[in-house]
Design a binder for this molecule. Structure first.
Ligand code: FEO
Length: 403
């Protein structure tokens, strides 16, 4: 019978042995419309080494792909670069089957794995800079604490000049293609940006330090193999450049107008704000929360200079979907953004001041106290919204002049 799940060669002795999750649509609050992959890699060195495992339901697929190259019981080392369950869910079971000589993780990784599974799980800590020979090549480990967990580390395979980068430089994208040059370039960069915006943005200062460290170490990458999405082989420098740009968090002329509405009043106000932004030379992107997921708002915010937020007042509160997206964005800690609030109300204008407080708490610089309208905005209210858009665009031009 023909082998079903086969390994895919990445180099002469490195194989992709991961799994494609075509069905995933939610990754802890991040909408994954295109599914994802859980990448694991087999290094046919001496000894044979497995880099990361996969989410628990995909254990059979992982083992079958390994078996298409080598008897899984001949794998002697396992490296766990990151202990989140999408990469370790089946680790204890795989260890039971393979019975490796050693399992390596960072010191924080050892603690995390033992906390997730069992206190006596046999995992050996590798310090930052540890080099483990694998015959005529070697793995060099570097800790990347808080990118994006305390345990995170990366591993560089010397002779192949291949970086196993765990979550960094990855994306949620289920495809039959395993390499960057096989994927539509627009999809590739959109999903990489979405991943950065939703997972790595809060750690942008650490990304900058990592990129500096990589420069200082003089590591030359021929390939970057993340734990999600395609392997970067055609132009690995491209994703490094993109990360440098996203980590800098420099605002562009883009202005995100995010809102929800009960009876259409705040919707009309949002469109007037967007018109003012456009007239002032900004590039508004209007995102009604009835049809925009929080993680797509975060993606649009990655390089936006303005965040304008609209909400009606419901029972003395901002609308629940608006609270959801602001809570999510606050956790992602975007830097250097301008903002403002607007919204309709019936008898007490509570939402706008509440949004102002949330925006201030996020470090967003308010361009005004906001605009409110009783029940239904009249021409004067809409003119105030338009003026708010103009003012945001004027302030944006001071920090990001038109080209
Ligand atoms: Fe892909 Fe942080 O796990």
């Amino acid at each position: 019978m023909e082998q079903v799940f086969k390994a895919i060669p990445v180099t002469d002795r490195v194989y992709w042995v991961g799994a494609v999750d075509w069905a995933l649509r939610d990754f802890h609050g991040y909408a994954t419309e295109r599914g994802t992959t859980y990448n694991a890699f087999l290094v046919m060195g001496d000894p044979v080494t497995l880099i990361d495992t996969v989410k628990k339901p995909f254990q059979e697929e992982l083992l079958a792909r390994i078996a298409s190259v080598v008897d899984p019981r001949l794998v002697r080392y396992i490296v766990s670069n990151h202990s989140e369950l999408d990469h370790t869910g089946c680790l204890p079971e795989v260890m039971e089957i393979i019975r490796p000589d050693k399992v390596f993780a960072s010191a924080m990784g050892v603690k995390a794995l033992q906390k997730h599974f069992r206190p006596d799980l046999p995992v050996e800590a590798v310090a930052d800079g540890t080099r483990i020979p694998l015959g005529d090549t070697a793995l060099l480990f570097h800790e990347t604490r808080m990118l994006h967990w305390p345990d995170s580390m990366i591993a560089y395979l010397e002779q192949e000049k291949l970086l196993f980068s765990q979550d960094a430089f990855g994306m949620h994208l289920a495809t039959s293609q395993r390499f960057d040059d096989e994927v539509d370039p627009w999809v590739l960069e959109y999903e990489a940006a979405k991943y950065y915006a939703n997972i790595l943005l809060p750690y942008s200062n650490l990304v900058q330090k990592l990129l500096e460290k990589v420069g200082q170490l003089g590591l030359d990458f021929r390939l970057i193999a993340p734990d999600h999405g395609p392997v970067w082989r055609a132009n690995p420098k491209r994703i490094l450049e993109l990360y440098a740009r996203w980590a800098a968090q420099a605002p562009t002329r883009k202005a995100v107008v995010v809102f929800d509405t009960m009876w259409g009043s705040t919707d009309r106000m949002a469109r007037a704000v967007a018109d003012g932004l456009k007239a002032g030379g900004a590039e508004p992107v209007v995102m009604p929360l009835g049809g925009s997921h929080r993680s797509d708002v975060a993606t649009e915010m990655l390089e936006a200079g303005v965040l304008a937020v609209g909400s009606p007042t419901l029972n003395g509160q901002m609308f629940p979907t608006v609270a959801d997206v602001l809570t999510y964005l606050r956790g992602l800690k975007p830097k250097g953004r301008l903002g403002a609030a607007f919204g309709s109300y019936g008898w007490a204008p509570k939402a706008v001041p509440q949004i102002n407080e949330m925006l201030k708490d996020m470090g967003v610089e308010l361009a005004s106290d906001g605009v409110t309208a009783v029940y239904v905005p009249n021409e004067a209210d809409l003119a105030k919204c338009y003026a708010l858009g103009l003012e945001l665009a004027r302030r944006l031009a001071e920090i990001c002049p038109p080209a």
